[in-house]
Structures are given as structure tokens and as C-alpha cells.
Design a binder for this molecule. Structure first.
Ligand SMILES: [Zn+2]
Length: 341
């Protein structure tokens, strides 16, 4: 018969049991973390802006903020570009270190590799903190940015692996403008893939900060002359030429080496519109030529927001999602797949 006058378990036994449970929980949670990190399938983000955070301009932001573009009147203040009127705006990083810590933690957790362009000091810091996970790029959007010689020297050093982001549209220039030709010739000669901004400009880009911006200079057909002149050049059309779906489909049909990325428009334009655009690209037969990109700026959580758009796309099969998030980038950038598993 059990006596209830003294504890059934002695305190020593209880303490030992507690330690065992604690040990098991700690071991299990460490194992679970490592295990899930190991098992997380790799992602390559081909469109990251590694730049200095300017706290004066780094405000919070609601994704898909372009779902309402009511316009305005030229006699009044221009429409605001972003908005913060949603339940859970994404927080902007306030310092370079905060941005770096948050982005690198996400990259580790999601088993991500990024193609990053922007400030060379920031790129080098990120590369040091995440060896093997940052592929550096250098962009030229007009001859004012740097001389052809300086560009060639930068690429020849072997540090930069990608030419991007090239964005002549913001200067009102076509990508086939003769002033850019020698730069593309260098990239072609050195076998460097090129990412060119085509399309997206938000609501009132020409009224707000970029008066030279021209929607017409985002027409994917403007790439035809560059491609004809440089048959060995590997181009990916950033932002998938949004919203010119018919033109991008025609361009990719005529040019078998052209890929697109989904950066930027997947977190800014209306969600239904984005899904219709991606679905149309896949339906047209280009599921193997779509690259995942975030267009990361100053909001670290933008990565999860944008990856989530692909993860939650019900019209895509598991294989199609893996192609977009990883396989297509391995093929396009001629990477060694085994290094990213
Ligand atoms: Zn862009």
C-alpha cells in the first residue's frame, strides 16, 4: 500500500528526471534545428540590392501597395510611392548592421544564396559573413557610371561574376542604345551573365523621383538588337518585363537563352495580377526559364514575403516551384549544384 505521507518520488529522483527531460528537450531541439536546416531545400535569389541603409529614407512598407493607384493632379503633390496602411507593414532596417544580421540570418535559415549588387563595401561585408552564399554583381546603366576600361578591369579581377542591375530605362535609354554596346561586348567576351531592368516602375515613377523614366523603354522587344549583336550574351530580363507579357513571351520564344526574374513586382503589384502573370509565363512554356528574385532593398522580411508568393502559388507543381526557386538559376549562372545542397 502506498503511503501518501511522503512523496512518491524522492526529490533526488525528481531532479534527475527533470535533468533527463531537459537534456532530451535540448538535444532534440538542437537536432531538430540542424535537421530542418539541413533538409531545407536551397533557394537562389538572383536580385538583391546590397546597399547602405539611409535611415532618412528607410520607412516601413506594405507589400502589394500598388493594388490601388488612384492617380492625382499635376497641380498637387505627387502621389506617395509606398504606403503603410495595412495590418502588418514590413519594418525597414535602420542601420547597415541590422540589415546585414537580419538578411544573413534569413539566408541561413532558408538555405539561400544571393546574387547581390550595389555598394561594394556592403557586398564584401556580407561575403565575409556568409562565405559562399553571395555572388557579387556590378551594374552599368549609362556611360556616366564608369568607363568601359574601368568596367572591364572590375570584371577581369574575377571578383564580380554578374553584370547587374543594368537599368537604362530610368535614364530614358533603350538597352540597345549604342552608348551601352561596348559594356555588353565586355560581358559577352568574359562570359558574364547580364541582368537588365525592364518594365516595372510603380505608380507615377516619372512624376516622383525619376523624370527621365520612360515606360516605353521597358519594352522587351528593345532587347532584340542587343541580342542580335551579341549572340553569346546571356541576358535575364529583370521583373519579367512586367506588364508586357505578350512581348516577353515573343522575345523568349525567339531567343532561347533569355531568362526572366520575378523580382520586385511580386511584392508590389496586386497579388492576383502577379499570379496571372507568372501563370501565363509557365502556361506559355517558360517554367524552366523563370528565376526567383526578391529585389531586396531595406526591408529584411521582404524575402519571406516574396518567397511565400511562390510557395503559395497553387497553380505551380512542387517541381515547378523548385525550378523557379533554384534549378533554373543553377542552369542560367552555370553553377555547381552540389555546392548548394
Ligand atoms: Zn529593377
Amino acid at each position: 500500500m502506498l503511503s501518501f505521507t511522503r512523496p512518491f518520488f524522492s526529490t533526488a529522483i525528481l531532479r534527475k528526471a527533470a535533468w533527463n527531460v531537459l537534456f532530451f528537450l535540448t538535444t532534440f531541439s538542437v537536432y531538430a534545428q540542424e535537421n530542418s536546416a539541413n533538409k531545407r531545400l536551397p533557394i537562389i535569389d538572383v536580385h538583391v540590392h546590397a546597399m547602405k541603409v539611409n535611415p532618412a529614407f528607410a520607412g516601413d512598407m506594405c507589400p502589394w501597395f500598388l493594388k490601388n493607384m488612384p492617380g492625382g493632379d499635376p497641380t498637387q503633390a505627387p502621389p506617395s510611392f509606398l504606403n503603410i496602411d495595412c495590418a502588418d507593414p514590413l519594418k525597414a532596417a535602420k542601420t547597415d548592421q541590422e540589415m546585414q544580421d537580419a538578411v544573413l540570418a534569413t539566408m541561413k535559415r532558408l538555405n539561400m544564396t544571393i546574387v547581390a549588387y550595389g555598394d561594394p563595401t556592403i557586398i564584401r561585408k556580407w561575403m565575409k559573413a556568409a562565405p559562399g552564399r553571395v555572388i557579387p554583381g556590378i551594374g552599368v546603366s549609362s556611360p556616366k557610371d564608369m568607363t568601359v576600361k574601368a568596367f572591364q578591369d572590375s570584371l577581369s579581377s574575377g571578383f564580380y561574376k554578374v553584370m547587374g542591375e543594368v537599368a537604362p530605362q530610368y535614364q530614358g535609354l533603350s538597352p540597345s542604345d549604342p552608348s551601352l554596346d561596348e559594356y555588353f561586348a565586355v560581358a559577352e567576351k568574359l562570359n558574364i551573365p547580364v541582368g537588365i531592368h525592364m518594365g516595372t516602375g510603380g505608380n507615377g515613377m516619372a512624376n516622383i523621383t525619376q523624370p527621365k523614366y520612360r515606360a516605353s523603354m521597358g519594352n522587351p522587344f528593345l532587347l532584340e538588337d542587343v541580342l542580335a549583336k551579341h549572340p553569346k550574351l546571356k541576358i535575364w530580363v529583370m521583373h519579367a518585363g512586367y506588364p508586357m507579357i505578350d512581348e516577353i513571351i515573343a522575345l523568349m520564344g525567339a531567343n532561347a537563352y533569355v531568362y526572366v526574374d520575378l523580382a520586385g513586382f511580386i511584392w508590389s503589384y496586386p497579388l492576383e495580377e502577379i499570379h496571372a502573370y507568372i501563370q501565363r509565363l509557365v502556361q506559355a512554356g517558360f517554367g524552366k526559364r523563370i528565376l526567383y528574385g526578391t529585389d531586396l532593398l531595406v526591408w529584411p522580411k521582404l524575402i519571406e514575403t516574396s518567397v511565400g508568393v511562390i510557395e503559395n502559388a497553387n497553380y505551380l507543381s512542387f517541381e515547378q516551384k523548385r525550378d523557379i526557386l533554384f534549378n533554373n538559376a543553377v542552369r542560367f549562372f552555370r553553377l555547381d549544384e552540389s555546392k548548394y545542397k
